[in-house]
Design a protein around this ligand. Structure first.
Ligand SMILES: Cc1cc2nc3c(=O)[nH]c(=O)nc-3n(C[C@H](O)[C@H](O)[C@H](O)COP(=O)(O)OP(=O)(O)OC[C@H]3O[C@@H](n4cnc5c(N)ncnc54)[C@H](O)[C@@H]3O)c2cc1C
Length: 524
């Protein structure tokens, strides 16, 4: 076990972590920055983003229109100041990303080809075919690797944030004003060692938590680790009831993660049809297929409940197939690989857990309620999304808050010149290798099924109480296991999934009204 010191520790290497690290490294060349990710350097939710990034780009579009669309999608639960900042900073951040090498599609007029998605009243989505996230992830990795003051560690799994809890007897309570973060205990997945990473500032950028549900578009790494760590360190975590279900994940029973059929496909003109071939969205919303995600997901849920069918369908057969393929080659090829010819066949789709609108509460500077700890990206609750995220606003949020966080650290550079407290090494005493790793897998699957079955698009008091009862047993069992087994990514992810599930259930129980992505049969 070693102790490794740096000025800034960034946990997570998606758009949020990498953007923050790049900005810091460029402005503070003498400072050491460590970026740690539990997976390989590319793997992240960012890598799978398809549709693109929203920004006011066209001269006929306005900031006010993007702001209003964001507020409307968020059911006006958003922080208006944050919405304004993010929307107004979007073009500058996008230009910076383009300067770093990101390539966005151009149309025949040699202008950026701006897509349209559900909830947007203008064409304002910059994209790279239907693999925008991959383009961004690779651009950012190249930038990071060109900066000599960033040490980029793959397969390094953050287990816990280091706070006073680890070196004093102080009893810490939620939201307490005087807790400090001094780094994290990190498992080197290659050596099995747990090292102490001390840092003056820590940026939590560990992404989302789709894997809390059995049906999700999120990759296997999206286990809400940052939420779990911050919650256990007693940071405030808010708005966890607002789970966004993407309306159109490809229906392939037993397949996880579910392949996403981007929102941009409906923006391109695809229709949603039910079992009988009827276009049903206009029964619910005058925007039809282009209503926001919460509305479309609930409408699909209703259609399925009434008809007993297993899915609904996306109809692309009437679209210009050449243009469609040019825009969505990845989606067309995926459908083809499972025998669906999008020019003739309807695509079977079903809603899936897609995005966590809530998260670790941060202020306008990206600071959590724990001192020296910032959060950026899907792990954070900035207030931008309110009760429901507007499509293509999340990559944007991470770019803008990456800049805000970096600037705050740069402006307060003197805070990097402090001494570290005397933090003990991680204590592995009394732990042994698990005899049956399958028990951890069983618990993970159980939580995912509980969340799918009882804490889905439509909730109720009875369902939530049942979910909590089931979860309590798994929680106790997992905590017992955690105390006696050698630390592994599997047991840590299970703990984090338990924490996220608990927060979603409890905050759903505490909700007093139906808003955006949260809907209970017992509320109005
Ligand atoms: C299929 C799909 C399509 C999407 N399409 C769009 C879109 O078109 N437009 C849009 O704006 N948004 C889209 N989103 C949402 C968007 O991609 C994410 O919200 C965004 O990429 C999150 O970025 P992030 O940096 O916060 O997290 P991520 O990109 O998920 O990165 C998290 C990082 O943290 C690391 N990590 C996690 N836990 C630990 C740990 N314990 N220790 C160390 N490292 C850890 C991970 O390995 C990863 O490197 C999409 C999401 C999905 C899943």
């Amino acid at each position: 076990m070693s102790t490794i010191k740096s000025d800034i520790l960034v946990l997570g290497a998606g758009v949020a972590g990498l953007t923050t690290a790049i900005k810091l490294a460029k402005a503070l060349p003498e400072r050491k920055i460590i970026v740690a990710t539990k997976a390989n350097k590319e793997e992240s939710n960012t890598k799978y983003a398809q549709g693109g990034i929203a920004a006011v780009w066209d001269e006929d579009d306005t900031f006010e229109s993007h702001i209003q669309d964001t507020l409307k999608a968020g059911d006006f639960e958003n922080n208006e100041e944050v919405v304004k900042i993010v929307v107004e900073n979007a073009p500058e951040r996008l230009n910076e990303l383009i300067k770093w090498g990101a390539d966005f599609d151009i149309n025949s007029k040699n202008e950026y080809d701006l897509g349209k998605e559900g909830g947007h009243s203008a064409n304002r989505i910059l994209h790279h075919k239907d693999i925008t996230g991959f383009e961004i992830q690779m651009t950012l990795i190249k930038q990071v690797e060109s900066l000599s003051n960033i040490e980029f560690l793959a397969h390094h799994f953050a287990i816990e944030l280091i706070t006073e809890h680890h070196y004093t007897n102080k009893k810490i309570v939620f939201g307490e004003k005087n807790i400090h973060c001094y780094g994290a205990y990190i498992l080197d997945e290659k050596t099995g060692e747990i090292d102490t990473y001390l840092a003056k500032k820590v940026v939590l950028a560990t992404g989302g938590s789709g894997q809390t549900y059995a049906t999700t578009t999120n990759p296997i790494i999206a286990t809400g680790d940052g939420i779990g760590m911050a919650f256990r360190a007693k940071a405030l975590v808010e708005d966890m009831q607002y789970i966004q279900f993407h309306p159109t994940a490809l229906y392939e029973p037993g397949k996880s993660p579910a392949f996403l059929i981007s929102e941009a496909v409906r923006g391109f003109g695809a229709y949603l049809r039910n079992e009988t071939g009827e276009r049903f969205m206009f029964k619910t919303d005058e925007r039809g297929e282009l209503a926001s995600r919460d509305i479309v997901s609930r409408a699909i849920n209703m259609e399925i409940n009434i008809s007993g069918a297993e899915c609904v369908y996306l109809d692309c057969t009437h679209l210009d197939q050449e243009a469609f393929y040019k825009h969505f080659p990845n989606i067309v090829d995926k459908c083809k690989s499972i025998g669906i010819d999008v020019s003739k066949d309807f695509i079977p789709v079903l809603p899936a857990m897609h995005y966590m609108c809530g998260g670790v509460k941060v202020d306008i500077k990206g600071k959590t309620t724990i001192k020296n700890l910032y959060a950026n990206g899907e792990v954070a609750k900035t207030g931008l999304h309110g009760a429901n995220r507007l499509a293509s606003n999340s990559l944007l949020e991470a770019l803008v808050f990456g800049d805000i966080i970096a600037n705050d650290i740069i402006e307060n550079e003197n805070e990097l010149d402090v001494d570290f407290p005397n933090v003990p090494e991680w204590n592995t005493e009394g732990t042994t290798d698990p005899k049956e790793l399958i028990l951890i897998t069983h618990n993970r699957k159980s939580v995912q099924n509980i969340m799918n079955d009882l804490v889905g698009i439509v909730r109720s008091n009875e369902r939530l109480e049942r979910a909590l009862d089931h979860l309590n047993y798994i929680y106790e069992d997992t905590e017992k296991m955690f105390k006696r087994v050698t630390i592994s990514p599997q047991i840590c992810e299970l703990r984090n999934i338990n924490n996220v599930a608990y927060l979603i259930i409890i905050q759903s129980m505490e909700a007093t009204k139906n808003k955006g992505a949260f809907y209970s049969l017992d509320l109005v």
